[in-house]
Design a protein around this ligand. Structure first.
Ligand SMILES: Cc1cc2nc3c(=O)[nH]c(=O)nc-3n(C[C@H](O)[C@H](O)[C@H](O)COP(=O)(O)OP(=O)(O)OC[C@H]3O[C@@H](n4cnc5c(N)ncnc54)[C@H](O)[C@@H]3O)c2cc1C
Length: 384
């Protein structure tokens, strides 16, 4: 087995995998290492909504580049991309006003979207409640991925078509800079060497550079998710986001009425307490994924988030979801929580050690949407 590479990427989540992908496209010899037999971090715990429409204008550009990259790979190899668009459903005049304003901003940016009337929403989205929706905003270019399928297929494609060396069950515990480059050491005492090492460790802050992370302004977010049993004779297309997402997503902060709308909200609600907004996405087995909540802790205190599912949060999410959609069944087959890391002061946490070791993590709740485009630019910067 060859042990010397141009680039070693540590972490087989979406951020690490796309860093490896773009380094391969530039002709570098790349090894991607993952501590588990298969990645099971945030990249496999999420909705799989690729929604540049929800991002601020800087990240929308990167998200739109991600769309292009996802579609390009899908045209060569099935990585589970479905282009069915994204809809934001307003439930009152304020949310509708924000939709109209977001549409106008996107017109200026040349990003296609169209308003849907209440009637069009009800026709396009079966089960949507007449007493919830007032209007919608639809983004036709956007896609979904099946998170638990996509990452494996993408890595498989990269091994087969781009000569990636992918090593699993490879937990890195040390990176040592020497005259010869950087040596990467695993718990099984395997050593790999590279000129450059990129660490995309997600929210795993205990195995490498723990002190650096404890002293950083990274924080960790815990999100609760549910998946219904497969729905019979029911089709929900694309990513479906509702009123509280309109009031939460960064894209809407650029709308002229945003702060006025927010100023009318009560601070004292279960929705605010648990950071809930209601999103739906149908998986390929017909089930519907419903979420989510947001609970936060600093890296130092991340263990305080615990390992329990808070039943009160799930009950609240389901209660609110049923006010929006009459699904054929709300019987739940799976519940889980996911964790992601984000930076309080920057879009992404980046730190370079000894010149050739680059830490890149903390992409927050935008990783499935932003990683492909962001990594392309970042690889150009890191390997220039
Ligand atoms: C519930 C939930 C819903 C979400 N929904 C969406 C969504 O719909 N759309 C969207 O855009 N984003 C969404 N996100 C955000 C998105 O999932 C994350 O931004 C993204 O997955 C982060 O990717 P990552 O590669 O940084 O981290 P991870 O996926 O956590 O990957 C890090 C990897 O590094 C490995 N690793 C860590 N340390 C080591 C080591 N020392 N040695 C070897 N391997 C190591 C880990 O095992 C892991 O596989 C959601 C997140 C959650 C939790």
């Amino acid at each position: 087995m060859e042990k010397r590479f141009d680039v070693i990427v540590i972490g087989g989540g979406v951020l690490g995998t796309f860093h490896a992908y773009h380094a391969l496209l530039k002709g570098y010899k790349v090894c991607l290492v993952e501590k588990d037999r298969m990645p099971k971090g945030a990249t496999t715990q999420n909705f799989g909504q690729v929604v540049p429409s929800g991002m601020d204008s800087k990240w929308q550009k990167l998200g739109r580049e991600s769309l292009r990259i996802y579609k390009e790979i899908q045209s060569k190899f099935d990585i589970s991309i479905r282009q069915q668009g994204t809809v934001y459903l307003a439930s009152d005049d304020d949310e509708e006003r924000l939709l109209v304003e977001l549409r106008s901003l996107n017109n200026d940016n040349g990003y296609p979207s169209r308003m849907l009337t209440k009637k069009e929403c009800l026709t396009k989205y079966p089960g949507l409640r007449n007493d919830y929706v007032t209007a919608g905003l639809f983004f036709p270019e956007e896609v979904t991925v099946e998170p638990r399928i996509m990452i494996h297929r993408l890595q498989h494609y990269m091994v087969e078509a781009l000569d990636l060396v992918f090593k699993t069950n490879f937990l890195v515990v040390d990176c040592v800079k020497n005259n010869d480059g950087v040596e990467v050491v695993s718990t099984t005492h395997e050593h790999l060497k590279a000129h450059t090492v990129i660490i995309c460790n997600g929210a795993d802050f205990k195995n490498l550079y723990p002190t650096l992370f404890w002293q950083s302004d990274l924080e960790v977010t815990k999100l609760q998710m549910m998946q219904t049993k497969p729905q019979n004779n029911f089709e929900l297309k694309g990513s479906v986001l509702t009123g509280w997402s309109i009031r939460r997503y960064e894209a809407f902060r650029e709308c002229p009425s945003y702060f006025e709308v927010k100023s009318k909200e009560s601070g004292d609600s279960l929705q605010k307490k648990w950071g809930v907004h209601i999103l739906f996405k149908q998986a390929t087995d017909g089930s519907v994924i419903i979420g989510d909540s947001h609970e936060y802790a600093d890296v130092m205190n991340m263990d305080d988030l615990g390992f329990d599912i808070n039943v009160d949060i799930d009950t609240f999410i389901l209660h609110e979801a049923q006010k929006i959609f009459n699904l054929p069944t709300y019987k739940i087959q799976n519940k889980w929580y996911g964790i992601y890391a984000q930076c309080k002061t920057q879009d992404v946490f980046q730190k370079t050690i000894d010149g050739n070791i680059h830490i890149v993590t903390g992409i927050g709740g935008k990783g499935m949407t932003g990683s492909a485009g962001f990594s392309k630019n970042n690889i150009a910067t890191l390997l220039n």
